[in-house]
Structure formats: C-alpha cells, structure tokens
Design a protein around this ligand. Structure first.
Ligand SMILES: [Zn+2]
Length: 499
C-alpha cells in the first residue's frame, strides 16, 4: 500500500514519495494572530494533525513545522483600536490558538517559529532575489517582480495577463507593476519596524513563510499545507519567491476545505459563537475534534447545529462501545492485555520512525501500529486521507462489537475493542487514552460514585428478589434523578453519567 495525496500543484492524486526515504518534512501555514480562533481556523490544525498521525503510524519520521504570523496589517489595526502595543495582541491570540490546538488533542508541532524572530533569514532571501533580478528595492520597500518568474500563476491556475493588482497594492507605492507583491513593506509612522539594508520596515506575509519553511525543513521539503483560501496569493507567492531564488521548495501542496456558515465563508461577525472557547462549552472537545475530522479534508464544512449534534451522537456510540467493552475485558494498560499490546506497538512504531533507528535502508514498511488496523481502514487513509471511508470501517467494527456484547460473546467483543481502539488511537479519538481519559480529581470521584451505585444496585436486586418492584423502580428513579443512568446488560447492570 502506498500513501496517495491530492497535490494542488499538479491537480492530481499522486503517490507519496518523500525527499528522504522514511522521513517527511511538513510545513503548515499557522495562525495570523489578530483574533482568537474559531472552528474554521482550527480545522486546518486538526486536518494536518490527522495527516501527521497517519504518517507516523505508517512508520515515517515526521518533522512538522507550523508557523505563527505575529506581525500583520490586521494585528496592527486591532492593536491601534485597543490602544495597546501590537505584540500584546499577537501574544494574547497566540496563546488562544495554542490552547485551542491543545484542547482539541492536536500533537504540538516540532517547531513553531514566529515571523518576527526570522528577519535575518528574510533579509538573506530578499538579497538572493535582488541579486538575481527577481526583486527590487523601491521607495523603502522590496517587491517581487512577477514578470521575472514565468511560472507565476501556475499553482492557482491563472495567467499573469488576467490577474488584477496584488492585494497589498497601496496608492502611490513604488511598485513597477501593480501585480508585483511586497516582500518587505516600507516603514510607516507609528508601525513597528526592523532594519534592513534597504531601509526600516516590516515583513510581507508571503516572505515569512518561505524563510521559515526553508530554515527548518531545508531548501527542498515534502509537504506544504494550508487552507484552500491560501492558494492565492499566499502560496502562489511563496512558490514564486522560493523557486525564483533557486530552492526546490515543497513537493506536494495540500489544502483543506473551509468551514462555512449558511454558504458563506465564516467572518468575524458571524463567528463569535463558533470560537473554539465557546464551542467547547457546548460540546466536549473530543466531540468537536470528531466533528471537524469526519468529512474528507478537502470538502467544505457547512456548519449547522444539526450536523454537530449528529457528530456528537456518532462519537458517543463509539465511546459507549469502548467503555462498555473495556469494563468487561478489563481495564486498559494491565500487563498482557490487548490495549497494552497496542500501546507497545505504537511505541515501537515511534521508535522505528525515530532518527538513527534502522531507517538507513530507506524502507518504511508497515509499522506495528498499522498491523493492528483493519486493512480497509488503512487503505482508506492511504487514499488521500479518506476519513469518511475510514470512519465507516470504524463504525462497522463498533456495530459488530455491540452485537457481540449483546450476545455475551466476550472474546469477539474484546477483539473488536482492540481493533476499534487501534483505529481511534491513529485518529487521536480514543476515549480511554490521553488526553481524553480522565486524569484529574474526577477519577477519584468516579471510584466513589461507582461504589455508591454498587450499594444501590445491590439493594435494587434484593427488592426485585422479594418482588417489591415499586421499591426497585424507586431506586432506579432516584439514581436517574441524580444524573446516573442504569442499563441492564447480559454482563449485569452498568451505569454511566447522563450527558
Ligand atoms: Zn504561510
């Protein structure tokens, strides 16, 4: 099986073949930190987290770089409006993004560079472009000459003679052609500036990403990702700068679909209730992660309460099976049981992907973690990260597991549990694993409630045996009034908290 990915640059699904066998370098355009994230911003983080996890489960050693754009027109405008320095706005929103990625279970990137920390790298790149006549300093700014790069427009499928002025064009700026874009913006009164050989100013957005991607991943790397709305002008301009300077740059361009609201791209005015902070008071973070993970990554999401509710119900079906089956087959992590075997397999997959751990042959081969997965699930993810198909396989396993539980077939239920947890582990959705498994004070409380419910259930059983059904029902009703649902199963009664 080979991983295949849709590459925007070639407009085809291509076999994935990394620059260095066994290793993957991935750059994702991260947040421009002018506001806290809504689910549209964070979807890209979740999508590329799924890709990173799948690459790692497939045995690749992944270097994942996601930048922070911490200087930008919009940040400066917000800061002016609030009467605070630009860096206060940037830092506050960067923290909000970090919290949102973390709360949704996204594995942190290996490196998370900030634009303002990479001005020397940007100056070097501009110097190379000026030396080769691809860029020119003018009026205190530095501009990229789009005529100097014949492939300009190839990524977004546009011809230069049909293009309009670049969106960073300002009245009376010093561009030779309005379609040229700014690599560096001349200093303006009241704005932050950094010194360059061409005068003080601040970086253009596109230049930042080229400079940071090549600093951490090398002049040629594997995958560049971002939302569909970044194809033009941002990624078109990144390619132009880097290729014109002689860098190979990214080999694959992956773009995730956007989150819309009633057919419109989400805007700040519409999106306040869809801020991640607000959403996770409405649904649990793992449910929000499931909601954002389930469509194909290239499809758009039209947000609706109904679709969110359906996703929550679907995740709870999975979770319900996993918790019930784990109760019967024993707690996870004890020596010799299957979840422990899975944890071991995942750990050795990490080791196999780690540097200096036997990848010199360049063969990646299926990792131990993959070996526990149903073949159809792995094939679905290998086919351009086909989440809808992969989740269909997962739900089939859950159904089969539930049938086994209903008929009291513990061996089959246990085998299905192993399989389901292996799939959930790859997707970062296992309710019994970090970060979703309870690890706080709630855990102690769970044991206390479990003991108390046990006492009540013993009394209910005694009432039933003496045929005092009103007393038995009263016990069940008072548990329910306290938020505890009782379910009679072939393996005996079990309880869970009402959600
Ligand atoms: Zn970028």
């Amino acid at each position: 099986m080979t991983l295949r990915l849709y590459d925007t640059a070639s407009r085809t699904v291509r076999d994935f073949s990394p620059v260095v066998p066994g290793r993957v370098s991935l750059y994702l355009c991260g947040a421009t930190v002018q506001a806290p994230p809504h689910i549209g911003h964070i979807r890209s983080g979740v999508v590329f987290d799924l890709l990173t996890r799948w690459l790692r489960a497939s045995g690749y050693h992944v270097t994942f770089c996601r930048n922070v754009t911490d200087i930008d027109d919009k940040i400066i405008r917000v800061a002016e409006g609030e009467g605070v320095p630009w860096w206060q706005v940037a830092q506050r929103n960067e923290r909000a993004f970090s919290r949102a990625y973390e709360v949704l279970g996204c594995v942190p990137p290996d490196v998370e560079p900030r634009a303002t920390g990479h001005v020397p790298e940007m100056i070097k790149l501009m110097q190379r472009l000026i030396d080769t006549d691809h860029a020119y300093p003018s009026g205190g700014g530095v501009y990229f000459d789009v005529h100097s790069y014949p492939a300009y427009g190839a990524l977004s499928g546009q011809r230069l003679d049909h293009m309009r002025a670049a969106d960073d064009t300002e009245p009376n700026d010093a561009k030779r052609d309005p379609r040229d874009f700014a690599l560096w913006k001349a200093a303006k009164p009241g704005e932050p500036t950094w010194d360059t050989p061409w005068g003080p100013g601040r970086p253009g957005w596109h230049l930042e990403c080229s400079a940071m991607a090549t600093k951490y991943l090398g002049s040629t790397f594997d995958i560049h990702g971002g939302g569909l709305d970044l194809i033009f002008p941002h990624h078109e301009n990144e390619i132009a700068q880097s290729r014109a300077a002689g860098d190979g740059f990214a080999h694959y361009w992956l773009h995730n679909g956007l989150v819309g609201l009633a057919g419109e791209k989400m805007s700040k005015s519409l999106g306040n209730s869809l801020l991640v902070d607000a959403m996770v008071t409405q649904v649990r973070p793992v449910e929000l992660r499931y909601y954002l993970s389930q469509p194909h990554y290239r499809s758009g999401i039209e947000y609706s309460q109904e679709a969110l509710d359906e996703a929550v119900a679907a995740y709870r079906r999975i979770e319900n099976f996993v918790t019930r089956a784990a109760e019967i087959t024993g707690p996870p992590g004890e020596p010799g049981d299957e979840p422990a075997a899975l944890a071991g397999a995942l750990a050795s997959a990490e080791a196999a992907g780690a540097p200096d751990a036997g990848l010199v042959t360049g063969s990646t081969g299926p990792s131990p973690a993959r070996a526990l997965l149903p073949a159809a699930f792995a094939a679905a993810l290998d086919d351009d990260l086909g989440m809808p198909q992969a989740l269909a396989v997962l739900h089939d396993s859950v159904r089969a597991g539930n049938n086994a539980l209903a008929s009291g077939d513990t061996a089959v239920a246990s085998a299905r549990l192993t399989e389901v947890q292996a799939m959930l582990g790859v997707l970062g959705l296992d309710p019994l694993s970090e970060p979703w498994a309870g690890a706080g004070p709630g855990d102690d409380l769970h044991a206390v409630v479990d003991a108390l419910v046990g006492v009540a259930l013993t009394q209910r059983q005694a009432a039933r045996e003496r045929k005092d059904y009103p007393a038995a029902d009263a016990i069940r009703d008072s548990l329910q009034a306290a938020g505890i649902l009782i379910e009679d199963t072939p393996q005996g009664p079990r309880w869970e908290l009402k959600r």
